[in-house]
Design a protein. Structure first.
Length: 157
């Protein structure tokens, strides 16, 4: 089962977070990026071999997300919605308030970065989703979390 809400670490501003909660990343994937209404979401993911066990069908991945406000308005992240697809066809949906226990407010030019983890029952899969944001004046809108791969090295050959 994928638990993209825990463990997580996060920082506002331009600070960096780490994947130390998962024992560090093993093999990382390229960046996936999307911009919705001036909010940029960039994702990197990594296979974490020291916490994985292929014979038990336990494949652990970490991912780091950078959210950047490139718009002219202040926004607040209110909730997240994930679609997780395991390589064996299993599907999950996860919804919840905020990220890393926070609902960060991002002024123009500010960013927020956090890291989390996901356990799949197959050596590869994908995740994508959205954040619900609230803009100035209370307007709600969805921001795309781009699809990104979770893949154990050489599992897609």
């Amino acid at each position: 089962m994928c638990q993209p809400s825990s463990p997580e670490t996060g920082r506002g501003g331009t600070g960096k977070s780490s994947v130390a909660a998962l024992g560090g990343a093993g093999y990382s994937s390229p960046v996936a990026s999307a911009v919705t209404q001036g909010i940029r979401v960039e994702v990197t993911s990594a296979f974490v071999p020291q916490h994985s066990n292929s014979s038990a069908k336990r494949f652990v991945f970490s991912y780091t997300i950078q959210i950047s406000n490139e718009s002219d308005a202040t926004v607040q992240l209110k909730s997240r919605h994930w679609h997780i697809l395991h390589g064996n066809g299993q599907r999950e949906e996860v919804r919840g308030p905020g990220v890393v226990g926070e609902q960060p407010v991002l002024r123009p030019g500010e960013g927020f970065e956090y890291s989390s983890g996901c356990v799949l029952s197959a050596p590869h899969g994908t995740m994508h989703g959205s954040y619900e944001m609230v803009g100035e004046g209370g307007s709600h809108f969805e921001v795309e979390i781009p699809a990104f791969a979770l893949a154990m090295p050489h599992s897609l050959n």
